[in-house]
Write a protein that binds this ligand. Structure first.
Ligand SMILES: *Cc1c(COP(=O)(O)O)cnc(C)c1O
Length: 365
């Protein structure tokens, strides 16, 4: 097979600015080169238990919380929460501000739940006007950062509302953790959904659900599902998983969390905030601007001026400059593209991208 037809040569060697996977550190990459170890033994159990302890600390989970580790992408953790914590007896409210909100709606319906679909467009939710649409729901499901449009919600506000209504507060923080503030106690989060290949900057393969005591009390009895929380919690008590986990990603997770614990999470937020500010400042001289009103540190969704094509810009950034940014789908495809600030991103990486954008725009796109 010659190089022109080799998918590897087309895939590798690019600069990556997508909201998952994200740029990984040299340490994480080096750990990706080791032989996958055997795992039904004491050292691996100790590694898993340490990962659980550190994740609970980084999320500021309340006492008695546990972590379920699933070998899957984040969507499986979203579906597992729907299957394992929610009951068909009462409706579920979903904040639906884009692709990921819609995914929660679809998963709930698939599993026979009645959905109160709260459609929003870049609404911070800080004032209570959306709350009238929630009636007698058992849970509120919200993607803390709706990654399809780069918008963040006020999780203090949604948490306070859930606590008052005695509803479960389920938060998909996949593209907030660890670049933005996530605090299960302050934000009164009962179930927190995470995955390995966003802010944690590891390869895809692990999804995690942090369950606070209020969520643990709702876990269904053990069945036979791959996503069964009860079985994961039972085996997790001794640092094991019911089925073969993504062992190599666990090894990288251990190293990454150890580093985050040493560095301090506030430090990581601040560093990512600085990168995001640098990028947004760099946009100022260009015919484009941020799309969302409330932006996370993790990512910037960029809206181009009406005479430009975002899709063409995305294609030319890759073809001519080796920079992979994320296109948008649907109605926003021609207007919006997305740039991640997660992972081992440096100011130079963003400067390179800004220069590439400038070159494509000046050349005419
Ligand atoms: C990336 C992401 C997911 C998970 O998507 P997968 O393709 O399953 O990894 C879920 N929710 C949000 C908000 C995300 O950004």
């Amino acid at each position: 097979m010659n190089d022109a037809h080799d998918p590897l040569s087309a895939l590798l060697g690019k600069r990556i600015y997508t909201p998952g996977p994200v740029k990984m550190s040299a340490r994480t990459l080096a750990l990706g080169q080791v032989q996958t170890p055997y795992f039904r033994n004491r050292p691996f159990s100790e590694l898993v238990l340490a990962c659980e302890t550190w994740l609970l600390a980084l999320a500021n989970a309340p006492a008695g919380s546990r972590v379920v580790f699933l070998t899957a992408s984040g969507t499986a953790a979203m579906e597992a929460v729907v299957m394992q914590l929610l009951s068909p007896d009462a409706p579920v409210a979903v904040i639906n501000g884009g692709t990921f909100g819609q995914r929660f709606v679809d998963l709930c319906r698939l599993h026979g739940l009645a959905v109160q679909d709260i459609g929003v467009d870049r609404d911070p939710l800080s004032d209570g006007h959306w709350q009238a649409q929630v009636q007698g729901a058992q849970a509120l499901l919200v993607n803390g950062h709706e990654t399809s449009v780069g918008h963040v919600y006020d999780l203090e506000a949604t948490g306070q509302f859930c606590a008052k209504q005695d509803m479960l507060h389920v938060v998909d923080a996949i593209s907030l953790f660890v670049t933005d503030r996530v605090d299960m106690q302050a934000q009164q989060i009962d179930a927190l959904i995470l995955s390995s290949h966003k802010g944690l900057a590891l390869p895809p393969g692990l999804a995690m659900v942090v369950l606070a005591p209020r969520a643990l009390a709702r876990v269904r009895p053990a069945g036979v599902s791959y996503l069964d929380f009860a079985a994961h919690l039972r085996d997790g008590a001794r640092g094991q998983t019911p089925f073969t986990p993504a062992v190599s990603v666990f090894v990288q997770l251990y190293d990454r969390l150890q580093g985050l614990m040493a560095q301090g999470k506030a430090q990581v937020w601040q560093e990512t905030a600085r990168l995001a500010a640098h990028f947004r400042q760099g946009l100022e001289g260009l015919p484009m601007h941020p799309y969302a009103r409330c932006m996370p540190n993790a990512m910037t969704a960029v809206q181009v001026a009406p005479h430009l094509s975002a899709l063409e810009l995305v294609q030319r950034l890759e073809q001519e400059h080796g920079c992979v940014v994320a296109p948008n789908g649907g109605a926003l495809a021609e207007q919006v593209f997305r740039v991640s600030h997660m992972g081992d991103m440096q100011v130079e990486d963003l400067a390179f991208l800004l220069q590439a954008i400038r070159a494509v725009v000046e050349d005419g796109v």
